[in-house]
Design a binder for this molecule. Sequence first.
Ligand SMILES: Nc1ncnc2c1ncn2[C@@H]1O[C@H](C[S@+](CC[C@H]([NH3+])C(=O)[O-])CC(=O)[O-])[C@@H](O)[C@H]1O
Ligand SMILES: O=C(O)C(=O)Cc1ccccc1
Length: 242
Amino acid sequence: MQRDSIYALPQGQVVDFAFNEAVADVFPDMIRRSVPGYETIIALLGVIARRYAQPHSRIYDLGCSLGASTLSMAAQVRVEDLSFVCVDNSAAMTRRCEQILQRHLPSGQFQVECADIQAIALNNASVVVLNFTLQFLKPDERLAMLRHIYEGLLPGGVLILSEKLQFADAAEQALLTDIHLEFKRANGYSELEISQKRSALDHVLIPDTFAQHVERLEAAGFTQVVNWFQGLNFASLLAVKA
Ligand SMILES: Nc1ncnc2c1ncn2[C@@H]1O[C@H](C[S@+](CC[C@H]([NH3+])C(=O)[O-])CC(=O)[O-])[C@@H](O)[C@H]1O
Ligand SMILES: O=C(O)C(=O)Cc1ccccc1
Protein backbone atom coordinates (compact mmCIF):
# COMPACT_ATOMS: atom_id res chain seq x y z
CA MET A 1 0.00 0.00 0.00
CA GLN A 2 1.36 3.45 -0.96
CA ARG A 3 1.76 5.88 1.93
CA ASP A 4 -0.13 9.20 1.79
CA SER A 5 2.31 12.13 1.70
CA ILE A 6 0.13 14.46 -0.42
CA TYR A 7 0.22 17.34 2.08
CA ALA A 8 3.70 16.66 3.46
CA LEU A 9 5.43 19.57 1.67
CA PRO A 10 4.37 23.24 1.99
CA GLN A 11 2.04 24.13 -0.88
CA GLY A 12 1.89 27.94 -0.70
CA GLN A 13 -1.63 28.04 -2.07
CA VAL A 14 -3.62 24.99 -0.93
CA VAL A 15 -6.16 24.08 -3.62
CA ASP A 16 -9.56 22.46 -2.99
CA PHE A 17 -9.41 18.74 -2.23
CA ALA A 18 -10.14 16.56 -5.30
CA PHE A 19 -10.27 12.80 -5.82
CA ASN A 20 -7.56 12.88 -8.50
CA GLU A 21 -4.89 10.34 -9.56
CA ALA A 22 -2.55 11.24 -6.69
CA VAL A 23 -5.30 10.73 -4.09
CA ALA A 24 -6.52 7.51 -5.73
CA ASP A 25 -2.95 6.10 -5.55
CA VAL A 26 -2.75 6.51 -1.77
CA PHE A 27 -6.45 6.33 -0.91
CA PRO A 28 -6.50 3.12 1.24
CA ASP A 29 -3.70 4.51 3.42
CA MET A 30 -5.23 8.02 3.55
CA ILE A 31 -8.69 6.91 4.64
CA ARG A 32 -7.45 4.40 7.24
CA ARG A 33 -5.17 7.02 8.85
CA SER A 34 -7.85 9.76 8.69
CA VAL A 35 -11.16 8.12 9.59
CA PRO A 36 -11.36 6.46 13.02
CA GLY A 37 -13.23 3.18 12.70
CA TYR A 38 -13.07 3.01 8.89
CA GLU A 39 -11.97 -0.65 8.82
CA THR A 40 -14.59 -1.65 11.38
CA ILE A 41 -17.31 0.14 9.41
CA ILE A 42 -16.23 -1.63 6.20
CA ALA A 43 -16.30 -5.04 7.92
CA LEU A 44 -19.69 -4.42 9.59
CA LEU A 45 -21.24 -3.01 6.38
CA GLY A 46 -20.88 -6.48 4.93
CA VAL A 47 -22.59 -8.06 7.91
CA ILE A 48 -25.45 -5.53 7.75
CA ALA A 49 -25.83 -6.01 3.98
CA ARG A 50 -26.12 -9.75 4.53
CA ARG A 51 -29.23 -9.16 6.64
CA TYR A 52 -30.98 -6.94 4.07
CA ALA A 53 -29.85 -8.28 0.67
CA GLN A 54 -32.74 -9.76 -1.30
CA PRO A 55 -32.51 -12.30 -4.14
CA HIS A 56 -32.84 -10.89 -7.70
CA SER A 57 -31.97 -7.36 -6.51
CA ARG A 58 -29.11 -4.86 -6.66
CA ILE A 59 -26.67 -3.39 -4.17
CA TYR A 60 -25.55 0.17 -4.96
CA ASP A 61 -22.19 1.45 -3.67
CA LEU A 62 -22.41 5.22 -4.22
CA GLY A 63 -19.10 7.07 -4.08
CA CYS A 64 -17.40 3.67 -4.20
CA SER A 65 -13.79 4.95 -4.46
CA LEU A 66 -11.76 1.71 -4.77
CA GLY A 67 -14.68 -0.60 -3.95
CA ALA A 68 -13.86 -1.45 -0.32
CA SER A 69 -17.55 -1.52 0.72
CA THR A 70 -18.50 -3.71 -2.25
CA LEU A 71 -15.70 -6.20 -1.53
CA SER A 72 -16.81 -6.52 2.09
CA MET A 73 -20.46 -7.00 1.11
CA ALA A 74 -19.64 -9.47 -1.66
CA ALA A 75 -17.70 -11.57 0.85
CA GLN A 76 -20.68 -11.71 3.24
CA VAL A 77 -23.85 -11.71 1.19
CA ARG A 78 -25.23 -15.09 0.09
CA VAL A 79 -28.37 -14.65 -2.00
CA GLU A 80 -29.23 -15.74 -5.51
CA ASP A 81 -28.96 -13.37 -8.50
CA LEU A 82 -27.59 -10.30 -6.73
CA SER A 83 -25.56 -7.68 -8.59
CA PHE A 84 -23.40 -4.76 -7.47
CA VAL A 85 -23.56 -1.29 -9.03
CA CYS A 86 -20.54 0.83 -8.05
CA VAL A 87 -20.61 4.53 -8.91
CA ASP A 88 -18.05 7.30 -8.49
CA ASN A 89 -17.52 10.55 -10.41
CA SER A 90 -13.73 10.30 -10.19
CA ALA A 91 -12.31 8.44 -13.21
CA ALA A 92 -9.08 7.91 -11.25
CA MET A 93 -11.14 5.92 -8.70
CA THR A 94 -13.42 4.00 -11.09
CA ARG A 95 -10.51 2.82 -13.25
CA ARG A 96 -8.73 1.34 -10.24
CA CYS A 97 -12.02 0.07 -8.75
CA GLU A 98 -12.85 -1.86 -11.94
CA GLN A 99 -9.42 -3.57 -11.85
CA ILE A 100 -9.71 -4.46 -8.16
CA LEU A 101 -13.24 -5.88 -8.46
CA GLN A 102 -12.23 -7.90 -11.55
CA ARG A 103 -9.71 -9.71 -9.40
CA HIS A 104 -12.30 -10.70 -6.78
CA LEU A 105 -15.78 -10.97 -8.33
CA PRO A 106 -17.25 -12.76 -11.36
CA SER A 107 -17.64 -10.22 -14.20
CA GLY A 108 -21.41 -10.71 -14.46
CA GLN A 109 -21.87 -9.76 -10.83
CA PHE A 110 -20.81 -6.10 -10.86
CA GLN A 111 -20.63 -2.93 -12.91
CA VAL A 112 -18.55 0.17 -12.23
CA GLU A 113 -19.81 3.50 -13.56
CA CYS A 114 -18.04 6.86 -13.67
CA ALA A 115 -20.96 9.21 -13.01
CA ASP A 116 -22.47 11.70 -10.61
CA ILE A 117 -24.51 9.66 -8.11
CA GLN A 118 -27.26 12.28 -8.42
CA ALA A 119 -27.74 11.49 -12.12
CA ILE A 120 -27.91 7.68 -12.14
CA ALA A 121 -30.96 5.46 -12.50
CA LEU A 122 -31.50 3.60 -9.25
CA ASN A 123 -33.97 0.75 -8.97
CA ASN A 124 -34.58 -2.74 -7.60
CA ALA A 125 -32.17 -1.97 -4.74
CA SER A 126 -32.16 -3.99 -1.53
CA VAL A 127 -29.05 -2.24 -0.15
CA VAL A 128 -27.64 1.22 -0.90
CA VAL A 129 -24.33 2.35 0.62
CA LEU A 130 -23.24 5.97 1.00
CA ASN A 131 -19.98 5.38 2.90
CA PHE A 132 -18.58 8.90 3.46
CA THR A 133 -20.02 10.29 0.22
CA LEU A 134 -23.12 12.39 1.03
CA GLN A 135 -20.85 14.86 2.88
CA PHE A 136 -19.32 15.87 -0.48
CA LEU A 137 -22.66 16.86 -2.07
CA LYS A 138 -23.88 20.44 -1.77
CA PRO A 139 -26.01 20.62 1.41
CA ASP A 140 -29.10 21.75 -0.52
CA GLU A 141 -28.84 18.70 -2.83
CA ARG A 142 -28.69 16.08 -0.08
CA LEU A 143 -32.43 15.62 0.57
CA ALA A 144 -33.13 15.08 -3.16
CA MET A 145 -30.37 12.42 -3.21
CA LEU A 146 -31.94 10.58 -0.25
CA ARG A 147 -35.39 10.78 -1.88
CA HIS A 148 -33.94 9.31 -5.09
CA ILE A 149 -32.43 6.44 -3.06
CA TYR A 150 -35.69 5.88 -1.18
CA GLU A 151 -37.61 5.65 -4.47
CA GLY A 152 -35.16 3.07 -5.85
CA LEU A 153 -35.20 0.86 -2.75
CA LEU A 154 -37.42 -2.21 -2.45
CA PRO A 155 -39.69 -2.50 0.59
CA GLY A 156 -37.52 -3.80 3.43
CA GLY A 157 -34.42 -2.32 1.78
CA VAL A 158 -31.72 -0.43 3.68
CA LEU A 159 -29.54 2.65 3.22
CA ILE A 160 -26.21 2.54 5.06
CA LEU A 161 -25.00 6.12 5.55
CA SER A 162 -21.58 6.92 7.03
CA GLU A 163 -20.54 10.54 7.58
CA LYS A 164 -18.19 12.88 9.37
CA LEU A 165 -20.33 14.65 11.98
CA GLN A 166 -20.60 18.19 13.18
CA PHE A 167 -21.90 18.97 16.69
CA ALA A 168 -24.31 21.71 17.75
CA ASP A 169 -22.69 21.85 21.18
CA ALA A 170 -19.46 23.90 20.90
CA ALA A 171 -17.66 22.01 23.67
CA GLU A 172 -18.49 18.62 22.12
CA GLN A 173 -17.38 19.89 18.69
CA ALA A 174 -14.07 21.17 20.11
CA LEU A 175 -13.40 18.00 22.11
CA LEU A 176 -14.06 15.50 19.30
CA THR A 177 -12.21 17.62 16.70
CA ASP A 178 -9.26 17.76 19.06
CA ILE A 179 -9.20 14.00 19.66
CA HIS A 180 -9.54 13.45 15.88
CA LEU A 181 -6.41 15.60 15.40
CA GLU A 182 -4.64 13.45 18.00
CA PHE A 183 -5.75 10.35 16.07
CA LYS A 184 -4.13 11.80 12.90
CA ARG A 185 -0.92 12.64 14.77
CA ALA A 186 -0.89 9.13 16.26
CA ASN A 187 -1.11 7.81 12.68
CA GLY A 188 1.99 9.73 11.65
CA TYR A 189 0.53 12.88 10.06
CA SER A 190 2.53 16.07 10.73
CA GLU A 191 1.02 19.42 11.79
CA LEU A 192 1.62 20.69 8.23
CA GLU A 193 -0.13 17.72 6.65
CA ILE A 194 -3.07 18.09 9.02
CA SER A 195 -3.50 21.84 8.50
CA GLN A 196 -3.04 21.79 4.70
CA LYS A 197 -5.56 18.97 4.32
CA ARG A 198 -8.00 20.81 6.57
CA SER A 199 -7.78 23.90 4.30
CA ALA A 200 -8.23 21.74 1.21
CA LEU A 201 -11.38 20.12 2.65
CA ASP A 202 -12.91 23.44 3.77
CA HIS A 203 -16.03 24.07 1.60
CA VAL A 204 -15.55 20.60 -0.01
CA LEU A 205 -16.52 18.28 2.88
CA ILE A 206 -19.42 19.93 4.73
CA PRO A 207 -20.58 17.80 7.71
CA ASP A 208 -24.11 17.80 9.14
CA THR A 209 -25.17 17.13 12.72
CA PHE A 210 -26.61 13.78 13.75
CA ALA A 211 -30.03 15.47 14.23
CA GLN A 212 -29.90 16.87 10.66
CA HIS A 213 -29.22 13.38 9.30
CA VAL A 214 -32.11 11.79 11.19
CA GLU A 215 -34.50 14.58 10.23
CA ARG A 216 -33.50 14.39 6.55
CA LEU A 217 -33.71 10.58 6.41
CA GLU A 218 -37.22 10.78 7.90
CA ALA A 219 -38.19 13.55 5.47
CA ALA A 220 -37.08 11.26 2.63
CA GLY A 221 -39.48 8.58 3.91
CA PHE A 222 -37.30 6.21 5.94
CA THR A 223 -39.11 4.81 8.97
CA GLN A 224 -36.45 3.07 11.08
CA VAL A 225 -33.24 5.09 11.53
CA VAL A 226 -30.53 3.59 13.74
CA ASN A 227 -27.07 4.88 14.71
CA TRP A 228 -25.07 1.64 14.62
CA PHE A 229 -21.52 3.06 14.86
CA GLN A 230 -19.65 6.13 16.08
CA GLY A 231 -15.91 6.68 16.36
CA LEU A 232 -15.17 10.23 17.55
CA ASN A 233 -16.72 12.62 14.96
CA PHE A 234 -17.45 9.88 12.40
CA ALA A 235 -20.67 7.88 12.47
CA SER A 236 -22.73 5.42 10.51
CA LEU A 237 -26.51 5.05 10.40
CA LEU A 238 -28.81 2.57 8.82
CA ALA A 239 -32.20 3.63 7.50
CA VAL A 240 -34.86 1.12 6.50
CA LYS A 241 -37.68 1.55 3.99
CA ALA A 242 -40.80 -0.07 5.44
N1 LIG B 1 -21.43 13.63 -6.73
C1 LIG B 1 -20.67 12.53 -6.68
N2 LIG B 1 -20.92 11.48 -7.50
C2 LIG B 1 -20.15 10.37 -7.47
N3 LIG B 1 -19.11 10.21 -6.62
C3 LIG B 1 -18.84 11.23 -5.79
C4 LIG B 1 -19.58 12.42 -5.77
N4 LIG B 1 -19.04 13.25 -4.83
C5 LIG B 1 -18.00 12.59 -4.28
N5 LIG B 1 -17.87 11.37 -4.86
C6 LIG B 1 -16.88 10.32 -4.54
O1 LIG B 1 -17.12 9.90 -3.23
C7 LIG B 1 -15.93 9.29 -2.72
C8 LIG B 1 -15.77 9.68 -1.27
S1 LIG B 1 -14.68 8.63 -0.37
C9 LIG B 1 -15.69 7.17 -0.27
C10 LIG B 1 -15.03 5.99 0.36
C11 LIG B 1 -15.63 4.66 -0.08
N6 LIG B 1 -17.09 4.69 -0.09
C12 LIG B 1 -15.12 3.56 0.81
O2 LIG B 1 -15.92 3.06 1.61
O3 LIG B 1 -13.93 3.24 0.72
C13 LIG B 1 -14.74 9.21 1.26
C14 LIG B 1 -13.67 10.11 1.67
O4 LIG B 1 -12.65 10.22 0.95
O5 LIG B 1 -13.80 10.75 2.79
C15 LIG B 1 -14.79 9.74 -3.62
O6 LIG B 1 -14.25 8.66 -4.31
C16 LIG B 1 -15.44 10.77 -4.55
O7 LIG B 1 -14.89 10.76 -5.86
O1 LIG C 1 -9.14 13.77 6.79
C1 LIG C 1 -10.19 14.19 7.26
O2 LIG C 1 -10.18 15.11 8.09
C2 LIG C 1 -11.47 13.63 6.91
O3 LIG C 1 -12.43 14.19 7.26
C3 LIG C 1 -11.62 12.34 6.17
C4 LIG C 1 -11.21 12.24 4.76
C5 LIG C 1 -10.57 11.08 4.37
C6 LIG C 1 -10.16 10.90 3.08
C7 LIG C 1 -10.40 11.91 2.13
C8 LIG C 1 -11.06 13.07 2.50
C9 LIG C 1 -11.48 13.22 3.82
